[in-house]
Ligand binder design. Structure first.
Ligand SMILES: Cc1cc2nc3c(=O)[nH]c(=O)nc-3n(C[C@H](O)[C@H](O)[C@H](O)COP(=O)(O)OP(=O)(O)OC[C@H]3O[C@@H](n4cnc5c(N)ncnc54)[C@H](O)[C@@H]3O)c2cc1C
Length: 139
């Protein structure tokens, strides 16, 4: 719902119509409940963003046409202390630098699969960024 411009036609409406499936990726090996501890980060490079890092325990990624991934994009200085800025990107399955691989075998819930997502210099154009106002981020 935070989609705008080209994101609406390429992601939001196909997802609403059931034509495209998505997965939501926040959790990392060192950042679960403490989501602001995330290390997966995107840096700005000219007109693009470049993502590096790993997400794990991601449900539905084995079927997803695209993932909605939350990554660190810097820090803000609110009155009390530094706060990690978190920004959301839309990444297609098969995009260069983006790999979806098998996750862990569950002790129970045998029918459930989870996946690990690797981002290795995954370069995205700026328009794939959304939800920048999730925190105070604006760049
Ligand atoms: C079935 C399943 C599906 C999932 N699907 C997804 C998904 O699609 N996308 C995604 O991004 N993530 C997904 N996750 C990951 C899930 O969001 C994380 O497991 C969750 O955020 C907890 O993180 P963690 O497992 O690293 O545990 P931790 O954060 O390490 O927590 C472990 C335990 O410590 C406790 N704890 C942590 N911090 C504190 C504290 N400060 N004070 C007191 N107690 C604390 C917690 O309550 C918990 O009991 C899924 C997890 C499961 C089990």
């Amino acid at each position: 719902m935070a989609c705008e411009g080209e994101q609406v036609d390429r992601y939001l409406m196909p997802a609403v119509r059931g034509e495209k499936m998505d997965a939501l990726a926040m959790t990392e090996p060192g950042a679960g409940s403490d989501v602001r501890g995330m290390k997966c980060a995107a840096i700005r490079d000219g007109g693009d963003w470049v993502i590096n890092g790993t997400k794990h325990f991601i449900s539905g990624a084995e079927h997803a046409h695209f993932v909605i991934v939350f990554v660190a994009t810097g820090e803000d200085q609110p009155p009390r202390s530094l706060k990690k800025r978190i920004t959301c990107f839309l990444v297609d399955r098969g995009h260069p630098g983006f790999i979806i691989r098998d996750g862990y075998r569950s002790v129970s819930h045998r029918g459930y699969r989870n996946m690990v997502l690797d981002f290795d210099d995954c370069r995205l154009p700026v328009w794939r960024r959304c939800l920048v106002r999730l925190t105070t981020g604006s760049t």
